[in-house]
Design a protein around this ligand. Structure first.
Ligand SMILES: Cc1cc2nc3c(=O)[nH]c(=O)nc-3n(C[C@H](O)[C@H](O)[C@H](O)COP(=O)(O)OP(=O)(O)OC[C@H]3O[C@@H](n4cnc5c(N)ncnc54)[C@H](O)[C@@H]3O)c2cc1C
Length: 286
């Protein structure tokens, strides 16, 4: 078996230069999603050319302003949880807590969680509804994209040749109801697994903001804007009429999903949504 060529850049500039010279190289952050994808079913195979991101100082940075929190793509999940425990939105930190086990979370980073092309993993849904943005860098260029646009409609990763994800920016806003649920194992049971992310703001019994996203662990994600519009502005508890309208809208959106999403996953999503709608309340009045 041929040996792999491995680069260990220590700065972003060096990384982008190497990636520019070897655009066919595989980026390796913690390597946990890459390893999990191979599943231990056969001998682990390393890509021919690897660019290891762990030594790149800029990718390990965390910063904060009054308006947002910024996380380098390579900051380990456990470090994000430690530093951001009291300030990051709960829907996001819950998603991080549900990535593998503590040893995995010591190695794994956000860049790998978002850019793992075969699956929309834990943080994709929460960061989408939080309106988070990602910074993409390549030699001499930088651009910002909403997380939702990191993949196109057919699920292809929108990174140009030689481009990497460098930072994730999460805006601070206040929601008084946040929920994240992962069901199943995204790698071992992709046909039954899903994640559900929801944020709502309920003030004086009125829902002033309502956002939800389901990811179906393959390449499919569903954020139903029509449903969000229907629910926003309504009063809690939601009437049976509104819940039934919401159910029908959501059922129609589920029907439009690509074939890789199974009937089982769709039924699970519908049940979760129904439960969430009936659980909506005003936390300030409890
Ligand atoms: C036992 C186990 C259980 C797991 N369970 C879960 C789970 O339940 N939910 C979940 O979400 N994940 C799970 N994972 C997968 C994984 O741990 C996480 O998704 C993790 O966040 C991936 O980060 P990483 O740094 O290890 O990425 P890597 O594995 O290094 O990279 C993943 C992909 O992203 C690309 N990439 C990495 N960084 C960048 C970047 N900066 N720019 C562009 N592309 C990049 C890589 O080239 C690769 O294609 C599990 C892993 C293991 C081993």
């Amino acid at each position: 078996m041929a040996e792999s060529k491995i680069f260990y850049p220590s700065s972003l500039g060096e990384l982008l230069r190497i990636y520019g010279d070897y655009p066919q190289a595989s980026l390796w952050a913690g390597g946990t999603a890459i390893a999990r994808e191979q599943g231990g079913r056969h001998r682990f195979t390393l890509p021919e050319i690897i660019i290891h991101l762990s030594q790149v100082t800029e990718l390990q940075r965390i910063s904060r302003t009054e308006r947002y929190f910024e996380l380098g793509a390579g900051v380990p999940i456990n470090k994000i949880l430690k530093v951001g425990k009291h300030v990051l939105p709960k829907v996001f930190t819950h998603a991080l807590h549900h990535i593998g086990h503590p040893a995995v979370r010591n190695l794994a980073g956000l860049g790998g969680n978002l850019c793992h092309a075969p699956r929309r993993l834990n943080t994709f849904g929460p960061l989408t509804i939080l309106d988070a943005k990602v910074e993409l860098r390549r030699a001499g260029k930088s651009r910002w994209l909403p997380v939702a646009r990191l993949f196109n409609r057919t699920g292809e990763l929108q990174l140009a040749e030689g481009e990497i994800l460098s930072r994730v920016r999460i805006p601070f806003e206040s929601w008084n109801m946040q929920f994240f649920q992962k069901i199943g194992d995204p790698f071992l049971k992709p046909k039954t697994s899903l994640t559900f992310s929801a944020i709502s703001d309920v003030r004086k019994a009125e829902i002033t903001d309502f956002r939800i996203a389901f990811s179906f662990i393959g390449k499919s994600m569903l954020r139903d804007r029509e449903l969000e519009t229907l629910i926003s502005g309504k009063r809690v508890p939601l009437s049976e009429k509104v819940r039934s309208e919401a159910r029908e809208l959501f059922r129609a959106s589920l029907m439009e999903l690509p074939g890789e999403v199974t009937l089982f996953q769709k039924q699970r999503a519908l049940r979760l949504l129904q439960w969430y709608l009936s659980a909506l309340h005003d936390p300030q009045r409890d």
